[in-house]
Design a protein around this ligand. Structure first.
Ligand SMILES: Cc1ncc(COP(=O)(O)O)c(C=O)c1O
Length: 360
């Protein structure tokens, strides 16, 4: 059988250069900021926090240096630390578990469900006497099952902190992410759907005392110009990033809609590649698809992705297997070249040659 390899079109991993090619309104905002010298917290940060709190339908939003810092500060502000265990999802970006460790606590994992989010049943089994909090992750903008997670957390007396880094603008039955736990932590990293020009993050909460403590923790524990209430971090949201974020908030709906459309296109095209590629169920219409997770039988080793090739796979002429070959068939551009269809065939051929008896 012949394996045909479709022409490969590489899609850039990031479209940031295109997104910001025309940035006059942001640059004008930065020019205006420069004239004021209001570079530390200040008006732009306050404006952004107010607008972000409205977006999430919460009373308080606190701008911080990154989504990771948001998680660390929130854990510390809620008194989670040494000797405590915090349960989170094992398939998240490293920051979810890393933040727990950096707060001094121990990360524990509970397995995920078919939507790739924390499985409430597994969460309950993972709770121990040391568990103090749970961090559900709204992976790829798809909200975790917060109703069941909150119910379990309440029964066991656990704090719930949403890792909403990938979920700006998502909601569950009209209730925005970031309003569904004690606090929500968002990332404004360039690859997120509300993406500033560097690092940035924001914490949301309805708890006034927690908000107050977080404002202190992000700013050396300062409660005024010269008074320090406790030791804290320097993790303020940069004022320039707040200027960027204020402009981008206008574009958030169209950026998010475009990402949802793109995700649907990938779902549609990738369905043909089963069983090599599994298109996950997408039952939550309010997920924002800030990113896209596509499980494959092999893992990409580089940061570029191609448009999905047409399903032209057929059985390998060397090992007679298009499916159960080992290593699994990879598709060029979706994984490293060393895993492409043709290199799979080359490897099979080499393996055969190696195992052929040699005539001495
Ligand atoms: C699920 C998740 N949590 C936390 C973070 C950390 O956010 P940041 O990069 O802003 O520190 C990220 C960032 O990619 C993330 O995807």
């Amino acid at each position: 059988m012949v394996i045909t390899q479709a022409p490969v079109t590489r899609v850039p991993y990031s479209y940031l250069d295109q997104q910001f090619r025309e940035s006059e309104s942001i640059l004008e905002g930065i020019r205006q900021l420069a004239k004021t010298g209001d570079f530390t917290l200040g008006r732009a940060v306050g404006e952004f926090e107010g607008r972000f709190a409205d977006l999430c339908n919460v009373k308080h939003a606190i701008g911080v240096n990154s989504g990771t810092d948001g998680l660390i500060l929130t854990l510390k502000a809620l008194g989670v630390g040494v000797g405590d265990e915090v349960i989170t999802a094992p398939n998240s970006f490293i920051a979810s578990a890393g933040a727990i460790a950096m707060a001094g606590a121990t990360p524990r994992f509970a397995d995920i469900n078919e939507q790739y989010n924390l499985d409430p049943g597994c969460l309950e089994k993972a709770i121990s006497a040391k568990t103090k909090a749970v961090i559900p992750v709204h992976l790829t903008g798809n909200p975790a099952d917060m109703d069941r997670i909150n119910e379990i957390a309440m029964r066991h007396g656990l704090l719930v902190i949403e890792d909403a880094a990938q979920a700006v603008g998502a909601a569950v039955d009209g209730r925005p992410t970031g309003s569904l736990g004690a606090a929500g932590c968002f990332s404004l990293h360039p690859l997120k759907n509300l993406n500033v020009w560097g690092d940035g993050g924001v914490i949301t909460t309805n708890d006034g005392d927690l908000a107050e403590r977080l404002r202190g923790l992000r700013n050396h524990g300062l409660v005024g110009r010269d008074e320090v209430a406790f030791f804290g971090h320097n993790s303020r949201l940069h004022t320039i990033q707040a200027v960027v974020a204020n402009v981008l908030l206008e574009e958030l709906p169209s950026i998010t809609e475009a990402r949802i459309r793109n995700a649907a296109t990938y779902d549609e095209l990738l369905r043909d590649l089963a069983p090599h590629v599994i298109v996950p169920p997408r039952p939550t219409p309010t997920g924002v698809r800030s990113r896209r997770a596509i499980p494959t039988r092999s893992r990409s080793s580089r940061s570029t992705a191609s448009t999905p090739p047409p399903a032209t796979l057929s059985r390998c002429s060397e090992c007679s297997s298009g499916e159960s070959s080992s290593p699994p068939t990879r598709i060029s551009g979706w994984s490293s070249d060393s895993g492409s269809v043709s290199s799979h065939r080359r490897r099979c051929r080499a393996r055969k040659t190696r195992s052929r008896p040699t005539s001495a």
